[in-house]
Design a protein around this ligand. Structure first.
Ligand code: UDP
Length: 490
């Protein structure tokens, strides 16, 4: 299959979810899966995206593909191949969909290259996909695959995990670039209603928020001793690990955090020191630099405690070419801080050699943090918010995009203006000073994630999308034709 890379997955026992979601939700998941399976014999659900590691889409697929396998529905996950120019174009598209332009146009040359790379991937994909299979294409990197797959008889859904509520000239131009590719699909899924481009109408549009897996290496319970051991091992906490930092891998085997992180710091926090973190890819729209600036200027002078900016190793995320430059900028910023402030801030890059080990590192950091920040300037959803909330952490997040859907009143703090550094500083200082409020928010946050963003809900919603489109295909109409569905768009 040449260009495509098949991501290996492991069955994740669905029955474990029952302990979190309760008997009723669990029974619904089981019965929906049984119904879906009955009409899907001999077919496969294919997921196609652009990276197996790093970022929210990979994180979600790792969990959902494993659960679907356990529900005995055939499912596969493939990663496309692209060259540096392709990922440069798709990164610009990603930024532009988020309203950020580098000033240059995405014109015919870019369109040609985008089409050429995806045509080569489509050729490989068509050797695998059979008529009647369902293909779920994720994000702009894969939109150009829709037309050839539809032509080959597959039922094709394009899912955008990104978007902004306020469209501007830049977002419109990005969507115009994508439009001919996107409209070829039979159905579309967005994380928020406001993200849907205005020209995409009709019935086959669904709004589905992302989800977390409570049992992944990223989110599973870790006792405080294990958390401290992992953080000492990776080099974020002062002192040696008292015991091995163990965690459960998705295949049920026991893993151990053995690698170290690359930590830039003048001094390290002790286990009892307050720690504020932001975990993100090194992406300008995550504004790690702004968090550093806000903490240095508005928190460090008045309060004790440390800030750690945590991201993946910048060599590791193939579809994110800007990572190294953003990290370099943060490093330069860190170096320029006054020594007293600098010694309270850490830049941490986590190795990606072993995805589960990387996830366990993030897990330990989120569990140890007294406050988790997500000061993004644009955010499709922001899985890091749900992850931290699941762990009972109070999150201070920008009131933008999907973060608005996650931080409900009383479950965290929304920053009305993500660029307002004094407000960020005040929110951090207030929470650092009020342990009781942190605990109250944290437990409300955990309950809110359980009720809204655990994977069973995500799977039920996908089952509805696929069943609807498969029924349309069975009824003889081309799925996606306007008017082929009775109900309104959801
Ligand atoms: N993440 C990770 N390792 C890192 C940094 C981030 O596993 O070193 C994960 C993070 O925990 C989250 C995902 O990457 O699961 C980021 O998803 P999010 O939706 O927050 O943002 P995206 O990167 O998709 O824009």
């Amino acid at each position: 299959m040449g260009l495509l890379h098949a991501v290996p997955s492991h069955r994740r026992p669905v029955e474990r979810l029952a302990t979190v979601i309760g008997a009723e939700r669990y029974a619904r998941l089981r019965s929906t899966a049984a119904e879906f399976r009955a009409g899907f014999t001999g077919r496969t659900v294919w997921n196609v995206n652009s990276t197996a590691v790093g970022g929210g889409v990979a994180e979600i697929l790792q969990a959902l593909v494993g659960y679907v396998e356990d529900l005995d529905v055939a499912i596969r996950w493939l990663v496309i191949h692209g060259d540096a120019d392709f990922f440069h174009i798709t990164k610009r598209l990603h930024n532009a969909v988020h309203g950020q332009s580098d000033g240059s146009a995405l014109g015919p040359a870019e369109s040609d290259h985008y089409r050429r790379i995806l045509a080569a991937n489509a050729e490989a994909l068509l050797e695998l996909v059979h008529p009647g299979d369902v293909v779920l294409l994720h994000d702009p990197q894969t939109a150009g695959l829709a037309a050839p797959l539809v032509e080959a008889g597959a039922v094709v859904v394009w899912r955008s995990h990104i978007g902004v509520d306020d469209q501007n000239e830049t977002t419109e131009a990005a969507w115009e670039f994508l439009r001919p590719y996107v409209i070829a699909a039979h159905g579309w899924v967005f994380s928020r209603r406001g993200y849907v481009p205005r020209w995409l109408t009709g019935d086959n549009l669904w709004i589905i928020p992302p989800s977390i897996d409570p049992f992944s290496a990223k989110n599973q319970d870790l006792d405080p001793g294990t958390v401290r051991a992992i953080l000492a091992t990776i080099g974020v906490l002062d002192g040696a690990a008292a015991a091995p930092g163990r965690f459960l891998r998705p295949d049920g085997s026991v893993g151990e955090v053995a690698r170290t992180a690359a930590v830039v710091a003048d001094s390290l926090p002790g286990a009892g020191d307050d720690l504020v973190i932001q975990v993100s890819r090194w992406d300008r729209l995550k504004d790690m630099g702004g968090v550093l600036h806000g903490f240095a200027r508005h928190v460090a002078p008045d309060r004790t405690g440390y800030l750690a900016l945590v991201g993946p190793s910048v060599a590791g995320v193939a579809d994110d070419p800007e990572g190294a430059a953003v990290y370099r900028d943060c490093l330069a910023h860190w170096r320029s801080l006054p020594a007293a402030v600098r010694s309270r801030t850490l830049l941490v890059t986590l190795p990606l050699d072993d995805t589960d080990e990387n996830a366990a590192m993030v897990n330990a950091l989120q569990r140890h943090a007294g406050i988790v920040v997500q000061k993004s300037l644009a955010e499709g959803f922001g899985l890091t918010v749900a992850e931290a909330m699941w762990k009972g952490r109070p999150v201070i997040g920008s009131a933008i995009g999907g973060i608005n859907d996650q931080i409900a009143p009383g479950t965290g703090v929304l920053l009305a203006d993500p660029t307002d550094l004094p407000a960020l500083g005040a929110a951090i200082r207030d929470l650092l000073a009020d342990h009781g409020e942190r605990t109250r928010m944290g437990s409300a946050a955990h309950a809110y994630v359980r009720d809204n963003f655990v994977g069973d809900l995500h799977l039920l919603r996908y089952a509805e999308v696929f069943s609807t489109l498969l029924a349309q295909a069975r009824d003889g109409g081309r799925p996606g034709q306007a008017g082929s569905l009775a109900g309104p768009s959801r």
